[in-house]
Design a protein around this ligand. Structure first.
Ligand code: BDR
Ligand code: CA
Length: 310
């Protein structure tokens, strides 16, 4: 039986490719996609989600719009930036999509998640690819949903260094309070952080070779051909795809059950994830953290998954 899942996302170039991989996986049934302000504004990421589903021919999946700003501070206030320098003003570069026909649901993401979770006969897995604002609101407003959640897998945080601040990863740094609520939720939570994304490299030549294979490979090549974070070897970081890979192919990851906290104050470290692998704080483990990935296996899996899409 296919696993029922909800994807909470802020597309975003890497979100877009993670979505393509998820949409055509035979192991999961995407019940709902929810959007959250992150890479770009809520309006833009929601429009992007609609455009993606139209392009990828999966307009049967409902989209619900969630939080337009983090829990405590206004959007962009803390670090005074979104991620449009990486993802383009629209969030999806200049790829030309057709206009979507569908609209988001009339109910908001929190109510939509609640409905899907409570109505599901099988416990629902949540894959979070953006700031964790929607999930934090969901758990505070409707704690009863927790009983029917299998697990939360989020892309975000970092064991070592950051990409928003020196030590702070973008998704967690954008809404640190929300991340803390999710990490402390008592649910089975797995963090697939920046360190994993930095290791899971895809090369531009891989995408170039595959670009005419199908619509998804064409989209991937177009989104990443001028990727700003490319290193000397033209390696691309497809962060959000590592979280979907963890869900679908966990055997290529190393995992530790450990204590993680989020820095909520700090002159330089706001939003930094404290991953206490050596148990210096003498706290009980609270979440699973991916500590390593088989880079070659991931690359193969990533490219095969794209080939399996339309
Ligand atoms: C995360 O931040 C966003 O820019 C990406 O979409 C990804 O979810 C990486 O730090
Ligand atoms: Ca994202």
């Amino acid at each position: 039986m296919k696993k029922p899942i909800i994807i909470d996302t802020d597309p975003g170039k890497d979100d877009a490719i993670a979505l393509a991989m998820a949409l055509y996986s035979e192991d999961i049934d995407i019940k709902l996609i929810t959007t959250v302000a992150g890479n770009v504004s809520l309006k833009k990421v929601s429009y992007n989600a609609l455009r993606l589903l139209k392009y990828l021919e999966r307009e049967d999946i409902p989209i619900a719009m969630g939080a337009c700003r983090p829990l405590i501070n206004p959007y962009k206030d803390r670090f005074n930036e979104d991620a449009s320098s990486i993802h383009g003003e629209s969030g999806l570069g200049d790829f030309e999509f057709e206009e979507p026909e569908k609209e988001p649901l009339e109910i908001n993401a929190i109510d939509a998640m609640r409905e899907v979770i409570l109505e599901s006969e099988v416990k629902v897995t949540i894959l979070a690819l953006g700031p964790l604002t929607n999930l934090a609101i969901l758990f505070k407003a409707f704690p009863e949903v927790k009983e029917n959640i299998e697990e939360i897998i989020f892309m975000g945080g970092s064991i070592n260094r950051g990409n928003l601040g020196v030590m702070t990863e973008f998704n967690i740094g954008t809404d640190p309070e929300a991340a803390k609520i999710v990490i402390d939720s008592g649910l089975k939570v797995t963090m697939v952080g920046l360190d994993i994304g930095n290791k899971a490299r895809i090369f531009l030549k891989d995408l170039e070779e595959l670009k005419d294979y199908n619509k998804s490979t064409r989209l991937t090549y177009s989104l990443f051909k001028d990727y700003k974070g490319m290193d000397k070897e033209s390696a691309i970081k497809v962060y959000d795809s590592t979280a979907i890979a963890y869900l679908l192919k966990p055997d290529i990851f190393k995992l530790e059950y450990t204590y993680v906290d989020v820095e909520l104050r700090g002159q330089y470290t706001l939003g930094c994830t404290i991953v206490d692998l050596d148990n210096r704080l003498e706290e009980k483990p609270n979440i699973y953290v991916c500590t390593d990935i088989d880079e070659d296996e991931f690359r193969k899996y990533f490219l095969d998954s794209l080939k399996n899409c339309i």
